[in-house]
Design a protein around this ligand. Structure first.
Ligand SMILES: CCCCCCCCCCCCC/C=C/[C@@H](O)[C@H](COP(=O)(O)O)NC(C)=O
Ligand SMILES: Nc1ncnc2c1ncn2[C@@H]1O[C@H](COP(=O)(O)OP(=O)(O)O)[C@@H](O)[C@H]1O
Ligand SMILES: [Ca+2]
Length: 529
């Protein structure tokens, strides 16, 4: 590896230990040199033990003058020694940096260095800050939306206690909006927010709140650029602002599946260092009318019914999903319909290849470019127009139809609904669970929580697809009113689905779209901007 030029190097003190601190463009290292005398057979050689530590510059959160330690904590000998040193060398700076703890979990650590003079201390702060200012992907100004009612209703506290102090430490300025109603954040982003002044938007909440913010931002971007997102063939303009997620919801699958954990501090640190992860966005239409976007789960049958039932138990917090899960499992409903899908090319891997998508994943990086895609789409159109040969059509009775655009990993299911799904490959994994016995379905569900393959059942099939359509066997009432909006939550559909009558509500389930119920059952789904 090429050796980098040293930008600054000094002998400083960390507590009472002398350390050699070296900074180059990508790394800050400090080496403690401990001199100890070994007495053996009358000879006293001086041996040097070197403890070396360091941090990549891109993982330094901030550097600044150290706060004076006025506490009288000098109980032990080493504390006394450290105190004496800090009095002798009062000019000190503190480097805050990312420390990796458990798997995927990040914490903020501080290292304080005492300098022989004020000039040296200021020089260190200046040189490190200069290097940090070269990291242009870091946000300086953020717009934060907090859903105070998400998850266990701890969003506000989580933000104030765990996240805001870190943003302050990293000198990130924030405008914070605590939402007062559902869709407050979406409407504010759509119509009011002055987005030019921010480098990103932060969502403090769950998957539903993320979805709100995504819709606000995407709609605003299209409006600003004169694109009509209701046109099914409209080429959407990508958003220039990134969305950071501070998990404070019930499932937090979008955060868990992208970061690897649902921990507010880890997420705040990823935001500060400017990490980003592209993700697939599915567009959902009903008869060519735009309904919603989805980034995680589009689920019909089981997950639709769980969500419909759980909405009336919101007061229970995240436990509502457990209760509704058991209830839905016991009702053991199945739904008839036709699923048609356009498979992804073989080069996109397959849902059972056991490859996990990670940051910098090569499948996502080498997905077909827009140009290839346009070509592909014209071929696809030709084929379908002639004989429909590239579309697969499956008619059947399904307990669940799940489209996972990402793994949908969450604390309940650490591998997720489709463990090998890619975050940004332009495909979704379509999982069809056909009518089976309760015991078989239980076995299938259980495999979401352990290492066994949940697709290894005769009644389950999974396809990696670019587009799909669903038509329920039983006609839904024709109503174009209220499209693109959530249905009124009267609970009507849920109550009806418990009965065995023969109206459409009984025969059909609903789609769970990232935690929101879709108002329509017949849908067309396509991926990619
Ligand atoms: C025998 C035990 C069986 C346990 C099976 C566990 C499987 C769990 C798989 C969960 C996959 C969740 C996908 C994420 C969906 C979210 O978008 C949505 C909304 O999340 P939010 O409430 O907004 O955080 N949550 C649900 C439960 O539908
Ligand atoms: N102030 C608010 N009052 C009521 N509902 C809200 C508010 N802010 C956001 N919401 C809505 O709450 C729903 C659930 O939010 P989310 O943060 O995902 O929590 P959870 O994971 O518990 O479902 C979302 O659909 C969102 O639109
Ligand atoms: Ca995907």
């Amino acid at each position: 590896m090429e050796k980098q030029a040293i930008l600054l190097s000094s002998k400083l003190f960390q507590k009472h230990r002398q350390v050699e601190v070296v900074l180059n463009r990508s790394f800050l290292a400090w080496k403690e040199i401990e001199k100890s005398r070994k007495r053996s057979s009358g000879i006293s050689p001086i041996s040097e033990r070197v403890h070396s530590r360091g941090v990549q510059v891109c993982e330094i959160l901030a550097v600044g003058k150290a706060e004076e330690d006025n506490q009288d904590n000098t109980k032990t000998r080493s504390q006394k020694k450290a105190k004496q040193h800090s009095q002798r060398y009062p000019h000190a700076f503190t480097v805050s940096y990312v420390r990796r703890t458990r798997l995927h979990q990040w914490r903020c650590a501080d290292a304080t260095f005492h300098c022989a003079s004020q000039e040296l201390c200021e020089q260190w702060i200046k040189v490190i800050n200069e290097q940090l200012s070269l990291l242009t992907n870091r946000p300086k100004s953020l717009l934060v939306y907090i859903n105070p009612y998400g998850g266990k209703q701890r969003g506000k506290r989580i933000y104030e206690q765990k996240v805001a102090p870190l943003f302050r430490r990293a000198c990130i300025s924030t405008d914070v909006i605590v939402t007062e109603r559902a869709n407050h954040a979406r409407d504010h982003l759509k119509m009011e927010a002055n987005l030019d002044q921010y480098d990103g938007v932060v969502c403090v909440g769950g998957d539903g709140m993320f979805s709100e913010i995504l819709h606000g931002l995407v709609t605003r971007t299209q409006t600003d650029r004169g694109v009509d997102q209701n046109q099914p063939d409209a080429k959407l303009v990508p958003c220039s602002l990134r969305i950071g997620i501070i998990p404070a919801g019930s499932t937090d699958c979008i955060c868990f599946a992208t970061v690897g954990t649902n921990d507010p501090v880890t997420s705040a640190l990823h935001i500060i260092v400017g990490d980003s992860q592209p993700m697939d966005v599915c567009s959902v239409h009903h008869h060519d009318i735009f309904l919603r976007y989805s980034v995680s789960l589009l689920g019909y049958g089981f997950y639709g019914d769980v969500l419909t039932d759980s909405e009336r138990k919101r007061w229970l917090g995240p436990a509502r999903y457990d209760l509704s899960g058991v209830k839905t499992f016991l009702s053991h409903n199945y739904y008839e319909g036709t699923v048609s899908f356009l498979p992804a090319e073989d080069t996109m891997g397959n849902p059972r290849d056991k490859l996990q998508c990670r940051s910098g994943c090569h499948v996502c990086q080498h997905k077909p470019s827009l140009k290839d895609k346009q070509w592909e789409m014209s071929v696809e159109k030709e084929k379908t127009d002639k004989d429909g040969s590239s579309w697969n059509v499956i008619r059947g009775k399904f307990i669940a139809i799940n489209a996972a655009s990402m793994s949908c990993a969450c604390p309940r299911s650490p591998k997720g609904l489709s463990p090998s799904a890619h975050l940004a490959d332009g495909t979704t994994d379509l999982i069809l669970v056909r009518q089976c016995s309760r015991l078989d379905f239980f076995r299938h569900l259980l495999r979401h929580t352990n290492k066994d393959d949940q697709f290894d059942h005769s009644f389950v099939e999974v396809h990696r697809v670019r587009r799909f359509r669903f038509h329920p066997q039983h006609q839904e009432p024709v109503s174009l009113e209220g499209l693109s909006e959530s249905p009124k939550k009267t609970g009507f559909q849920a109550i009806c689905s418990q009965q065995t009558g023969c109206n459409y509500s009984t025969a059909n389930s609903s789609w769970n779209c990232d935690g929101e119920i879709l108002p329509q059952v017949a849908i067309q789904v396509s991926l990619g901007f």
